[in-house]
Design a protein around this ligand. Structure first.
Ligand SMILES: [Zn+2]
Ligand SMILES: [Zn+2]
Length: 288
């Protein structure tokens, strides 16, 4: 398939290694054959809301066409940390409070409807980025991640479930790779019932499941054949469940240079077509 949309792109306003100037994106997207796309800088908790304000300012300064949309990537965090951070006694941890919360903490996201309205956010990509205070053991991580995916898949503000079964953090080997735990040596470790449950929720609640290029399909830290297996064992399975997919490069680099043709070929193996992909209609109102 020929990929013509991209709904997961970070600019230098993301708090991690991302470094793309927003003004560079429209010409680079055009050169890549991307017709409809959106900016999605990170928001974890209200602590890093200023990043999103800066992202919005850069977006408007780029004089965006109706095909260039403004979105956000929200992290699944805990209500416990949002409450703790609101007390003001923890300083300004950019990634929230990753230690000390209760096992089984209630999931949450760091923005509400007012922020979305005020910042002109057109779509929300929701990602699971860390376990919520559980023991780091593979089956426990799988259960906790599934719990967070289900939270996002039923959240009224979320449109796209980002990079299902992406992993970073614990279990990195001496070569900075993840070759076994938590599911890289055996994707079947994740029960099919979890895929069934997420697919059903996504369909019922109108969410798209992301096909994430950098984090899942072409992640150099994962086993060499992981991308191919992920396409066959996961995306193929979810496709047969009837989910809607969304394409996301998850670009974090200075240049917007993504191997869309190569990924299109990978997706041909499970018969996906670009017409099936989730996409926003061109924006109607003047910006906006
Ligand atoms: Zn993410
Ligand atoms: Zn991202």
């Amino acid at each position: 398939m020929t990929i013509t949309s991209d709904w997961h792109i970070h600019s230098l306003n993301s708090c991690d290694s991302a470094s793309l100037p927003v003004a560079d994106l429209p010409p680079a997207a055009a050169r890549s054959g991307i017709l409809d796309y959106g900016l999605t800088d990170h928001i974890h908790t209200p602590v890093n809301l200023p990043d999103l304000v800066a992202s919005r300012a850069d977006y408007l300064a780029a004089d965006p066409s109706a095909h260039f949309h403004f979105g956000v990537e929200v992290s699944c965090v805990s209500q416990w940390e949002l409450d703790e951070l609101a007390t003001g006694s923890h300083g300004e941890p950019v990634y929230g409070l990753r230690q000390g919360g209760p096992v089984g903490a209630t999931p949450a996201i760091g923005i509400g409807p007012e922020d979305i309205e005020r910042l002109g956010i057109e779509f929300v990509v929701g990602g699971v980025h860390w376990p919520l205070y559980i023991e780091i053991e593979r089956d426990a991580v799988i259960r906790d991640y599934h719990r967070q995916y289900m939270y996002l898949a039923t959240h009224p503000l979320v449109d796209v479930i980002a990079h299902p079964w992406w992993w970073m953090g614990h279990w990195k080997d001496e070569n900075d790779r993840y070759l076994a735990d938590p599911w890289f040596d055996d994707f079947g470790r994740i029960p099919l019932s979890m895929h069934d449950e997420l697919a059903a929720a996504a369909i019922e609640h109108g969410k798209a499941i992301e096909i994430n290029i950098s984090a899942c399909l072409l992640n150099a830290a994962y086993p060499d054949d992981f991308g191919r297996r992920y396409v066959e064992e996961y995306l193929g399975y979810m496709s047969r469940r009837g989910v809607t997919f969304s394409i996301g490069s998850d670009c974090h680099s200075r240049e917007y240079a993504v191997d869309f043709p190569g990924v299109g070929s990978m997706l041909d193996s499970i018969g996906l077509r670009d017409e099936q992909m989730w996409r926003l209609a061109p924006a109607q109102q003047a910006h906006r």
